[in-house]
Ligand binder design. Structure first.
Ligand SMILES: [Zn+2]
Length: 209
């Protein structure tokens, strides 16, 4: 499933490549669009949002899933806060669906899943902590996150799979901010399962409007 990204509305105010394994944080103002491009394909982008006005209000997987009655994020999905308010809307995506329930990898979960030798490997929770620390947030501010471009199917018996991705080089998604939000990203460093094709790669972030 490939199509060329449409032109973004409004001037581009930020265009940055997030290196493989790196964190990223930026304010996206109401009505601006954030485009994320999966430059090399099948790269999980772990993603949190906080209200810029009061970061006690933040993305809530539960509110988002309950309001739309679906665990996957597809075109038109509204990312909701813990107060039920729309924070961002997925206005376009060239990947059919994205994950809401797989969570973020951590040194601790890597150790449990893949063995003690993985303890020193960099992980998404550490990226979230590094980025959030610049604004005074800590561990208790990390909530269940979105995993853009990550394929986490739910099997008939209810178990989750982390399987080969459905993204590809150049596929993208566009998010319109419905309030001023702080976006926090971990460009996932995981190398022990297929979420990044066992090879973490860079992604491009573009803010327009
Ligand atoms: Zn990760």
């Amino acid at each position: 499933m490939t199509r060329d990204p449409p032109p973004l509305s409004g001037p581009v105010v930020c265009e940055e490549v997030v290196p493989a394994r790196a964190p990223w944080l930026r304010l996206v103002r109401k009505d601006q669009t954030l485009r994320i491009v999966d430059l090399e394909g099948n790269q999980a982008v772990d993603f949190l949002i906080y209200s810029a006005a009061d970061d006690a209000e933040r993305y809530s997987a539960q509110d988002t899933i309950a309001a739309q009655g679906n665990i996957f994020l597809t075109e038109g999905s509204v990312l909701r806060s813990n107060e039920g308010a729309p924070m961002m809307t997925l206005i376009a995506t060239s990947v059919a669906y994205h994950d809401t329930i797989g969570g973020a990898c951590s040194c601790e979960s890597n150790t449990l899943r893949y063995g003690h030798h993985t303890k020193s490997q960099h992980a998404c929770v550490e990226n979230f902590l590094l980025a959030n620390a610049t604004q005074g947030r800590g561990k208790r501010d990390i909530v269940s996150n979105v995993n853009w471009f990550m394929n986490v199917p739910v099997l008939p018996d209810g178990t989750l799979g982390i399987v080969d991705g459905i993204s590809a080089p150049g596929l993208y998604l566009d998010l319109r901010a419905e309030m001023d939000v702080t976006v926090v990203v971990s460009n996932c460093p995981q190398i022990n399962n297929p979420c990044n094709g066992f090879n973490p790669t860079p992604v491009r972030m573009i803010v327009a409007g």
